[in-house]
Ligand binder design. Structure first.
Ligand code: EPU
Length: 309
């Protein structure tokens, strides 16, 4: 719990603007899951400068912060987030030859569409994935074999000393659904440069079509996408399904009948209910197949005790 909440509110407002800093903002509507309690403090940052100021203020006041993009790969606790949520809305984009530089707040869908329009190939695997470019880079979104990180030439970040730093592809440590950013909130993605390839319209269209088809077995209800990463050589969805949990419901949260690696919110689900299904799936799959399922989604606002259980 944060002590001196009122005092911090005054200081935050002084640093970032009275109008800009909101209090007790419900986060559920800002996530694709539609789940999550309020942020103690909340600010929308439309550009690099505003993001940097918000990070600096949080660090100076020693309060936790969380960068919220499209809210598509996260489960926010029912108690909400006990700090400052910085919702990023920096959406600039420039094309130079076969390179596209994009700010982190642009929806990935827009980037994929713009690349396609400009006959630039390489980001087709991002089609149909919700969320922002920053979120996609952080979680290395894509399919199992192809991912966004493979096309990243450079990422600009705010580092832990509040300085802007530039990383190359290797620095980002991309692997299947992983990057150096995933468990490192000390570094905040501001912009990414993608290195693409000129391609014929038909080839790009065909790729887009086949990536969309591969997503055809995914549920349309509110969810956070795949809950678990695929274990090496297998499919989390297949394992949960074979463990007999497809359709299992706890409260208003349900393991999708369509695809067992998705948990859906059937209306008013609590984060606690989703967490119970997560644990049940992990326990059952471990018992039946001796496979440990690792979370792909990020848990936000849960205390350490909850995480350990
Ligand atoms: N399967 C079942 N039962 C289920 C679900 C799947 O038997 O309930 C079987 C399928 O029949 C198939 C296999 O498991 O033989 C793999 O399933 P699928 O083709 O749906 O792919 P996936 O491995 O579950 C991955 C990504 C998705 C991505 C799709 C398509 C992960 C964790 N998931 O799913 O990514 O959209 O491939 O490219 O890597 C995400 O990460 O959020 C995500 C949606």
């Amino acid at each position: 719990m944060i002590k001196n909440k009122e005092k911090i509110t005054v200081k935050l407002k002084k640093a970032l603007g009275v109008e800009k800093v909101k209090e007790n903002v419900l986060l559920a509507p800002l996530t694709t899951f539609g789940i999550g309690g309020p942020a103690f403090w909340f600010i929308t940052a439309g550009n690099k400068k505003e993001i940097l100021e918000a990070i600096k203020a949080s660090r100076e006041l020693k309060i936790p912060y969380f960068i919220l993009g499209g809210g598509s790969n996260i489960l926010i606790a029912d108690q909400g987030f006990p700090g400052l949520v910085i919702r990023i809305k920096n959406e600039g984009l420039t094309i130079k030859g076969t390179k596209i530089a994009v700010e982190a707040g642009l929806p990935l869908a827009k980037l994929v569409e713009i690349a396609q329009k400009n006959l630039l190939s390489g980001l087709e695997c991002g089609v149909g994935i919700p969320g922002t470019v920053g979120g996609a880079v952080c979680g290395n979104a894509g399919t199992r074999e192809e991912w966004i990180g493979q096309k990243v030439a450079k990422v600009s970040i705010i580092d832990k000393k509040n300085k802007i730093a530039h990383l190359n592809n290797r620095d980002c440590k991309f692997s299947y659904r992983e990057s150096r950013f995933k468990n490192n909130p000390q570094e905040v993605i501001l912009e990414a440069v993608f290195n693409l390839k000129k391609e014929k319209r038909e080839v790009i269209e065909q790729k887009i079509k086949s990536f969309l088809e591969a997503r055809g077995n995914q549920p349309k209800e509110k969810s956070a996408g795949s809950v678990f990463k695929n274990p090496p050589g297998d499919s989390a969805g297949r394992l949960i399904d074979q463990a007999g949990l497809r359709g299992k419901k706890i409260g208003q949260a349900q393991i999708s009948k369509k695809h067992a690696n998705f948990i859906i919110n059937t209306g008013g689900a609590k984060a606690e209910e989703v967490l119970k299904l997560i644990r049940l799936a992990q326990k059952t799959v471990k018992e039946k197949f001796n496979v440990s399922l690792e979370l792909e989604i990020k848990l936000v606002g849960f205390n350490n005790e909850t995480m350990k259980q």
